[in-house]
Design a protein around this ligand. Structure first.
Ligand SMILES: [Zn+2]
Length: 322
């Protein structure tokens, strides 16, 4: 059995696909009932709170222009936007730029400092446009393998806030009847006190697919443990955009109690294989450590891009590696 078959087999045996979406711009999905507004996050209803703003079920920065919910009030929407979603945006920006993900104002431009000096990477019609200065190189070119390695600085973020932002996406995508199983998680995700412990040890499995991927497709799945299974986590969100797949556990105080303290060994959710393994190599799976509760400043991320043409047009191949 190949590892892909093993992964498929594992999920067929232990999990049901509760919800699934393949989202492209132009397709609209609205979750919830506009006639019956209750905020899923704070429990409040009009007139105590308003529901005037569009609530993106997946942040717009990740390329989502399709899926909205009607059960996030303006207060919660603003709070998440200023808080954890800002952390997620900063943390994910380097790989989003290389995957050419279009947020609210197009593909983000990465630059060093705000004074116009130093390097700058932006996406334009012809591909990536990279400017740098010789005394401050930000990339190394490996001509034999047609790859460029970049060292990119991340904007400030708090790791556990990034984790909360992923879990908030999961909580938004849950069907109504499941929300009651996640009240502890709901309260933890809403809290701006990042020193509070709860789900900060829950793993995110990250799969990186180093070959060209569509930049406007988002896939989201909600997986629930089958009724006869007890020794695996109850609920997972799987979110895929660009070259990345994030598998996020959503811990339920009611249904995950039996797992307490036990090590869990789980296979990653299966992803389609490489179109050309010899050229791009296999997908890479790792567990993300987003447990940190202090602000991380000036972190450098290494990203590798395969290229086809001249250096100044690198990225047409758009294979990146965080
Ligand atoms: Zn609310």
């Amino acid at each position: 059995m190949t590892s892909l078959e093993a992964n498929i087999n594992f999920y067929e045996t232990h999990y049901d696909m509760l919800r699934q979406w393949f989202l492209r711009p132009g397709e609209k999905v609205v979750l919830g009932d506009k006639q019956n507004r209750t905020c899923r996050f704070c429990g409040r209803t009009p007139p105590e709170v308003t529901f005037r703003k569009v609530a993106h079920a997946i942040p717009e920065a990740l390329g989502n222009k399709s899926i909205e919910s009607v059960y996030e009030c303006d207060d919660c929407n603003e709070g998440f936007g200023r808080g954890i979603e800002n952390d997620l945006g900063n943390w994910s920006k380097p790989t989003r730029t290389f995957a050419r993900i279009r947020g609210k104002s197009g593909v983000p431009t990465l630059k060093k400092g705000g004074d116009g000096k130093g390097w700058r990477i932006e996406y334009c019609a012809e591909g990536f446009n990279i400017t740098s200065y010789e005394d401050d190189p930000i990339y190394q070119i490996d001509e034999a393998n047609r790859r460029i390695s970049f060292q990119l600085k991340r904007d400030s973020y708090t790791p556990v806030a990034v984790l909360k932002a992923f879990m908030k996406i999961g909580l938004t995508l849950l069907p109504d009847e499941e929300v009651g199983n996640f009240q502890h998680l709901m309260s933890w995700v809403r809290s701006s006190d990042h020193s509070r412990r709860f789900a900060d040890q829950c793993p995110i499995i990250h799969t990186f697919q180093p070959w060209p991927m569509p930049n406007d497709l988002i896939a989201a799945f909600v997986l629930r443990r089958k009724a006869h299974v007890t020794n695996y986590p109850y609920m997972f969100l799987v979110l895929a955009y660009g070259n990345e797949v994030f598998q996020v556990q959503l811990p339920s105080e009611k249904h995950d109690r039996a797992l307490n303290g036990q090590p869990i060994s789980i296979l990653p959710f299966p992803t389609p294989g490489s179109p050309d393994p010899a050229r791009y190599g296999p997908s890479k799976v790792r567990v993300l450590d987003l447990t940190g509760r202090e602000v991380v400043k000036g972190e450098v991320v290494s990203v590798q891009v395969g290229y086809e043409l001249a250096v100044h047009k690198a990225g047409l191949d758009a294979a990146t590696d965080a």
